[in-house]
Design a protein around this ligand. Sequence first.
Ligand SMILES: CCCCCCCCCCCCCCCCC(=O)SCCNC(=O)CCNC(=O)[C@H](O)C(C)(C)COP(=O)(O)OP(=O)(O)OC[C@H]1O[C@@H](n2cnc3c(N)ncnc32)[C@H](O)[C@@H]1OP(=O)(O)O
Ligand SMILES: CCCCCCCC/C=C\CCCCCCCC(=O)OC[C@@H](O)COP(=O)(O)O
Length: 399
Amino acid sequence: MVKQGPKAPTYYHEWTQIPPRMPTRGPNAPSSHHGRHPQPPHRTTKHLRAPLPAPPQPPTSLPTAPGRPRPPSPCPPRLAEGRAGAGRTAHIRRGQPRAKGWKGPGFSSPRWARGLGGVKGREESSSMELGWLLWGAAVLLLLPVLMELSPAVNFALRIGFYYLLFFVCSALTAPVCLLVNGGRTVKNMRIIKTVVKTFKYFFGLRFEVKGLENFEVEGPAIIVSNHQSILDMMGLMEVLPDNCVQVGKKELMYAGTVGLIIYLGGVIFINRKSTSSAKMVMAEVAKTMATDNVKVWVYPEGTRNCTGDLLPFKKGAFHVAVQAQVPVIPVVYSSFTTFYNPKKNLFTSGKIKVEVLPPIETKGLTSDDVSELTDRCYRIMRETLFRLSGRPGEVKDSS
Ligand SMILES: CCCCCCCCCCCCCCCCC(=O)SCCNC(=O)CCNC(=O)[C@H](O)C(C)(C)COP(=O)(O)OP(=O)(O)OC[C@H]1O[C@@H](n2cnc3c(N)ncnc32)[C@H](O)[C@@H]1OP(=O)(O)O
Ligand SMILES: CCCCCCCC/C=C\CCCCCCCC(=O)OC[C@@H](O)COP(=O)(O)O
């Protein structure tokens, strides 16, 4: 048996009972330096201690508040030289006009401004900021043109933005889940669903859903659906019923903030490379799903497949349904191939039809019936897929 990660969150009874331990030490522990500002350079503190008369106050207020971060000084080298020879910079510290003959700044800078490199330094830094702004604006203006001209750029930017959305929203949503529900629980799926349901608007995707009433079965159930792409996460959240968790590959647990949020949502992680370990996890799920009244969403193809057809189904989901004697509810998403194809750098807006099919009962079935149940479900789902989107290669009007 392949060992799962430390405290592998595989069994359902853990989802609701064990809040995740936040590390207090180690690389993930919050750093005591976190949020502290860099120390000002030596030269700024030394002259501040000198008992000099207060300099004239600047007309505009700039970061003088203690603790405000100071940007690295763009101080020109000659000022640095001046500090080495005390006599040459004494007039600067006193805020007096420069000594005759010295090729320093035309006027003295007040103490606060010297810390920032003086007036000249400020001018330089603001022109630098302006430069960055102009570059940013140019890139922003160019992006739509590039996206229009190059399908590869268009695809990379759109899919990159999709990843970024997941990454950032997971980071923002995880603390909310922790605060509201206190840890790993299926209740967090409601929060995750609310957030992910908004993503479709960024990509111009529309969902047309039929048969939601088929989810209204008494008690738990196994939901099986086709899995075409990571875009499926939007389709999943579009119809996800309450108290429903998904089975996912264990590698997802390590996907940074996304791993954290799906862990908090109660996703069941399996090791696809170890059938025996995956079977053990699934057996545990079968035992606990009835007592805890949860639905479990499985992608029986076991991997992503965006060909417009279905891969042969794995049997895990159907074994669980038979072991727990719960119905199987098939869900079919129409093919993405008309608007999404990574091989052709295609990612445009589009419409996805979703059908939740009537539940298939498993009462009285035994492990001997699993193959037949798997085949039956496969046939029904494939027929539905072809009805919704045509056979692969065949273009069906999706409007
Ligand atoms: C706010 C912002 C948020 C942002 C993030 C939001 C995202 C949130 C979304 C939630 C996350 C969703 C996660 C989705 C992730 C999707 C995936 O990861 S898909 C990949 C993982 N899933 C699966 O693989 C499930 C499907 N696979 C199976 O069910 C497999 O059967 C298996 C259990 C993994 C075993 O694999 P394998 O050995 O390759 O498969 P089989 O050929 O089916 O089985 C071999 C053999 O074993 C028998 N068997 C299988 N399972 C069982 C069982 N449970 N009990 C008993 N026996 C079993 C099977 O019958 C075969 O034997 P046979 O003699 O040939 O019949
Ligand atoms: C510090 C580590 C940083 C890791 C960064 C990872 C960044 C990940 C960011 C966003 C991921 C968004 C995807 C959300 C979840 C997608 C679930 C999914 O669809 O998984 C695919 C899986 O079913 C099948 O995998 P394969 O087709 O077999 O392959």
